[in-house]
Write a protein that binds this ligand. Structure first.
Ligand code: 5RP
Length: 222
């Protein structure tokens, strides 16, 4: 299977996790977009969706799927989203598309995080993909200096502003052996809004696209 076919296969498989008559959390990126295409086929079964980005909200609406403000929703049984890297333990790097903050918020609300990825995203150790960090514009240089102290090489994602009006630093050169600890450390730097490490609240199920079909990984059994 090509990478796109793997993404399509996991998007289809993810539909099995959608709960009837409930809200569904929907992530951002090309794999999440394919999930939205599948969700449109069963939109009559759900109350509607909460979106992790403006782009996702627009795509959901284009497909005729009702989008609700997260503030008006108290229960999100399932959140479906892609990742830039994921380990078999469910820790992820996210934010390649810059939607990390809203993704982390919807993931926090959700009871189950279903991560949908093609085979290329599965890694033993996170950090080959540059780690996105959303930062208040005023704090960009300070946060960059602090990230250098942690051994990273931050690069300003030039010309990009998040849905929340902030900037993103993409940090390369980190070998993330303890993702939970690094997530906490970076979260504590003044000016950081969100780090794209999803380890404290990782994936509950990983649907991995492979040449042989979709492999279901349960991180709790690793
Ligand atoms: C966006 C994300 C995406 O989930 C991540 O970038 C994966 O995207 P794709 O499915 O296009 O590979 O975190 O902020």
């Amino acid at each position: 299977m090509t990478q796109d076919e793997q993404k399509r296969a996991v998007a289809r498989e993810a539909i099995k996790h959608v709960v009837n008559d409930a809200w569904i959390g929907v992530g951002s990126g090309s794999t999440a977009n394919l999930f939205i295409d599948e969700l449109a086929k069963i939109k009559g079964r759900i109350k509607g969706a909460v979106a992790s980005s403006v782009k996702t909200a627009d795509r959901l609406k284009t497909h005729g799927i009702y989008v609700e403000d997260l503030n008006n929703v108290d229960d999100v049984p399932v959140y479906i989203d892609g990742a830039d890297e994921v380990t078999e333990h469910g820790a992820m790097i996210k934010g390649g598309g810059g939607a990390l903050t809203r993704e982390k918020i919807v993931a926090a609300v959700a009871r189950k995080f279903v991560c949908i990825v093609d085979q290329s995203k599965l890694v033993d150790v996170l950090g080959n993909f540059p780690l996105p960090v959303e930062v208040i514009p005023l704090a960009r240089s300070y946060v960059a200096r602090e990230l250098v102290k942690l051994g990273g090489h931050p690069a300003w994602r030039m010309g990009f502003t998040t849905d929340n009006g902030n900037v993103v630093l993409d940090v390369s050169g980190l070998s993330i052996v303890d993702p939970v600890a690094l997530e906490s450390t970076i979260n504590q730097i003044a000016g950081v809004i969100t780090v794209g490490l999803f380890a404290r609240r990782g994936a509950d199920i990983i649907l991995l696209g492979t040449d042989a079909g979709v492999r279901v990984i349960d991180p709790r059994k690793r």
